[in-house]
Design a protein around this ligand. Structure first.
Ligand code: SAH
Length: 283
């Protein structure tokens, strides 16, 4: 190689590497984003539309909108419905975006008859309503979920069902810092009340009042959905602060019928929560 060629090769290498290393060191890219999840389009599109400088990323069936809010990075994620989809979307987001905190939000069915449509439940904790061991019944004896034993699939490595430690509900606490941010903007929400409570999740939409009464008595549930506890489980295993925020879209315990517009109201409130939380973060 001539001296001239060596110089050209060096310049090309320098040109290719310098911009990359500069951008990797820029403080904006080091900030870990706040992740906001919702299962359905009607639960995320308003929030995604409010981000600045948005980039859309599709991974399999999941969609992520990465942008900024008040100059801080925020990722909005459409998890799709149900516990498996929500868990998978949470793992993808943790791996790809390293979120500093996760808010799972959207619609829910009331378990507490005093909760009306548009009221919002902030999850002090969330519980799985999908893990039980049924008691033996012979053929022809029917089924009774009221006597099923609760299973905590996180409790031990022993056989699910035979370990006495497993007969507690799997419970995932809401993060104190996220809860404080949510409570700080409570007064700004005019569509209903904002209360603290337990959110229960499974792939089942419950309308049997005796079973709902059981969940309420045993686990203290205020509302049910199909995602919060599963995203919370992944957040806990990944050591990421988490909060569930759910608007009552229907309540079989007092007859309030499903209203899809509640999903928009929840996003308006969560927008304020994210702004309040971002204001507490170091830049
Ligand atoms: N009627 C809606 C169905 C929503 S399916 C439609 O036609 O699209 C359930 C979704 O709404 C889940 O993502 C769940 O988190 C939430 N949800 C609202 N009310 C619920 C309830 N009573 N039980 C379980 N999930 C509920």
């Amino acid at each position: 190689m001539t001296a001239h060629r060596r110089l050209s090769a060096f310049l090309i290498a320098a040109f290719l590497t310098v911009p990359l290393s500069v951008s990797a060191q820029s403080p904006a890219t080091d900030l870990r984003p706040v992740l906001v999840q919702g299962a359905m389009q009607l639960e995320i599109e308003k929030l995604a539309g409010r981000l600045a400088d948005v980039k859309v990323e599709r991974v399999g069936g999941w969609t992520f909108w990465s942008g900024t809010l008040d100059g801080y990075p925020v990722v909005v994620s459409k998890t799709l419905k149900g516990v498996a989809n929500a868990a998978a979307a949470t793992v993808l987001a943790v791996e790809r975006h390293r979120p500093i905190a996760i808010i799972n939000q959207g619609t829910a069915g009331g378990h507490d008859p005093s909760l009306r449509l548009y009221d919002i439940v902030l999850g002090t904790s969330s519980v799985s309503l999908g893990a039980f061991k049924s008691r033996y019944r012979p053929a022809g004896a029917g089924s009774n979920p009221l006597d099923w034993k609760v299973l905590d699939l996180m409790a031990s490595e022993g056989s699910a069902g035979n370990d006495p430690n497993e007969h507690n509900v799997a419970r995932f606490p809401g993060d104190v810092g996220l809860m404080a941010a949510a409570l700080s903007v409570k007064q700004a929400y005019k569509r209903g009340r904002v209360v603290e409570g337990v959110i229960g999740s499974s792939d089942i939409w419950h309308e049997e009042l005796d079973l709902i009464a059981r969940f309420r008595a045993e686990f203290g549930t205020s509302a049910e959905d199909m995602e919060t506890a599963s995203a919370a489980q992944i957040a806990k295993l990944s050591k990421v602060p988490f909060l569930g925020v759910r608007v009552v879209s229907d309540n079989i315990t007092n007859g309030d019928p499903y209203d899809r517009k509640t999903g928009e109201a929840c996003q308006d409130y969560v927008y304020q929560v994210v702004k309040a939380y971002i204001a507490t973060l170091k830049r």
